[in-house]
Unconditional design. Sequence first.
Length: 274
Amino acid sequence: MMDRSFAVRKGAWTEEEDFLLRRCIEKYGEGKWSHVPLRAGLRRCRKSCRLRWLNYLSPTIKRGDFTQDEVDLLLKLHKLLGNRWSLIAGRLPGRTANDIKNFWNTRFNRKNSGATATEGEEIEARNHVSKRNEVIRPQPWTFSKNSKWLLGNLSFSTSPEPSANINTTRLCNSKEMLCMPSPVLPNSTEGSRLEQESDSFDKELEKGISAGSIFECAEDMIRSLWDEDLQPMIQTGNDPSLEEGSTVWDEEFCLDFDFWDAHRTNHDGNYLQA
DNA sequence: AACAGGTCCAACCGCCGCCAA
DNA sequence: ATTGGCGGCGGTTGGACCTGT
């Protein structure tokens, strides 16, 4: 009989395994997952350890049913981001990508009805999913060498918007300007943060999307997001993730979305093809 | 009580992008 | 330029649990 004592374990985790993993993470911290099985004394692969921690054992995980606010936000975010559960999870504090994916698949993606969301929302959600499946990702690389052009001409600023009693973040180049209302505090580090995000912006440009259309679409998306979600929630204090006086929202929302998706949503078929 | 079918969710799988060698 | 290791992701699955008959 072959000795399987060193075989990697699969299946449900035992309490003892949970204890060993928890103790290991508490001692060494998250990360270096390839070292975790040895350090913890577990016969589990690195991925299994990581998954167990991130989806179940981590103290940051929020248990219990999704609140109506969370469901509403999930619907909006899914409309904006599609099936990118990790990005959506980043907007729902305490919820894991797996939780959200499971929630979505059981509530909105199953064949029979009975969902907790309204019928309209469910239909909308389903339509969005089917629309996404029809989209063919472009393969253009026409900006690969020129993208620095835009980057070099971008500027970022935050200034008060007297009429709305809020701040407005502006992302500009010589021809285009993206204005985005945001609850940015006067002394925030918004500018430097946006500059860091210019890296991802650069990557989007390298995919061949024209700068003008990105700005156009991004502005549409942000305006819509602000009008429908952010502003009402801030005004009514309903945002579950925003503590009074915090800058959570400028960390979480400002420009931190996929420009490519924004472009695709509003301008299907208008890409620069390779 | 027993069974069938439906629901839920933890866990696995395969793939991808990044990065260092 | 290539390769291999790693972290991370979304899709899928298996089985426990629930509900109705």
